[in-house]
Design a protein. Sequence first.
Length: 277
Amino acid sequence: MFQFKLRPFERLQEAEFILINTFYDLEKDMLLSLQEEYRVLPAGPFLPPALLSVGGSRGDDDRTGTGLWAEDDGCLSWLDKQKDSSVLYISFGSIASLSQDQFRELVLGLDASKRPILWAIRPDIKELVSPLIPPSFLGGESKEESQVYITSWAPQALVLSHSSVGGFLTHCGWNSTLESISMGVPTLNWPYFADQMMNRKWMVDEWKVGKSFKASKDGMVTKEEVERLVRLLMEEEEGEEMRARARALSCLAKEAMQPHGSSCLNLHEVLKPYKHS
């Protein structure tokens, strides 16, 4: 069984190119190490070109098209009404989910933070957790007037590129990690499994654009811890410093995908043999 699992990695030696969804300036040392063994080329971030251009406008071509459910455009109109860098966006991806007790603590901590929140709660769990959300948390006479906007699925890249979004509470999947970096949004990290743990470590320790929740002895992240970190990210000077670092990385990501950027040139190299065929 172990040999069977290793076989795909052994065959990497046979590949003419291995394209990776990252960019040189983000993971230079790791890429240089891999290139000693393999023909690895960073070609990311894999995002719509308009989102990676300077001064690009929002439109239908800005969607990644990778969502498992229909995207709610109403959240973008709601974001238009919020102040710059004021909104915390929350998404735990397409697989991860919280226990009911942990979900309650999260809601209570978010409520105490008094921040505008856009929360994508997947359709497959929405019915289970909706009873755990008190009406007082939502506030407002309508969804559009509320300080909290809950949707089943959001156009994430567009959300993260919006000027009103100042933070992202994420499960640290690689697509979410790279999208937040590319759009210049710092993170609060809540990983579950696999590469998410390592992605969290890089966000916090290496790039310094993320913060991790500290669980209590029973493994629960308390409402007090949630409120503390949300306020740190969205209100305090340390959060502003993280936003500045995230925006600097965003500039590097966008440069990589410009016509003479490193990722764009790598893509051209791979496609060169097929241009005249």
